[in-house]
Design a protein around this ligand. Sequence first.
Ligand SMILES: *[C@@H]1O[C@H](CO)[C@@H](O)[C@H](O)[C@H]1NC(C)=O
Ligand SMILES: *[C@@H]1O[C@H](CO)[C@@H](O)[C@H](O)[C@H]1NC(C)=O
Length: 146
Amino acid sequence: MANSLIYIFLFLLITPLELSTAKKCFFTPKYEIHVINNLPSDSPPLKIHCQSGDDDFGEYFPSINEDVNWSFCGNLFGKSLYFCHFWWDVKNKTFDVFNDKETCVKDGQIQYFSRKCVWIVKSDGFYLGHYNDNGNIDMYRYTDWS
Ligand SMILES: *[C@@H]1O[C@H](CO)[C@@H](O)[C@H](O)[C@H]1NC(C)=O
Ligand SMILES: *[C@@H]1O[C@H](CO)[C@@H](O)[C@H](O)[C@H]1NC(C)=O
C-alpha cells in the first residue's frame, strides 16, 4: 500500500516534466526557426544543413517555397545557438540563424519580436523576417550569398 502510493507520487511528479519537454517549455520561452526556400523555380536545388551543439538536422533539399522549421525552448542560463550551411549552385554560405533571444541574431534588426525567426533564401541573398499581426512576413535582406 505504502509502495503503491509512492509510485503514484513519483508518477505524478515525473509525468508533467516529461510532457513539458515534448509540448511546451517550462519557465523558458519557446522559439521557432523557419527557413523558406524562395529561390527561382528553374534554378539548381538548394541544400541546407542546420545544427546546434545538441541537434544536427542533417543535409536537406527543401523544394521551392517549402518551409523548413523547428522549435526549441530558450535556455534560461546558457545561450542557444543554431547555425546553417547553405549551398546553391556554385555558392555556399554559413551563418548563425539564432544566437540572440531578442533579435534572432545579434546583428539582426527586428521591429517586433515574435520569437519566430524566419529566414527566406533568395537568389540575391538571405532575408530575415518575422510574422506580423496579419500573418504576413516582414523581412529585410540580412546578407548576400558571397
Ligand atoms: C513546418 O514544418 C512542417 C514539417 O515539418 C510543415 O508541415 C509545416 O507546414 C511547416 N510550417 C509552416 C508554417 O510552413
Ligand atoms: C564555399 O564557397 C567557398 C567560396 O566562397 C569555397 O572556397 C568553399 O570551398 C566552399 N565550401 C563548401 C563546403 O562548399
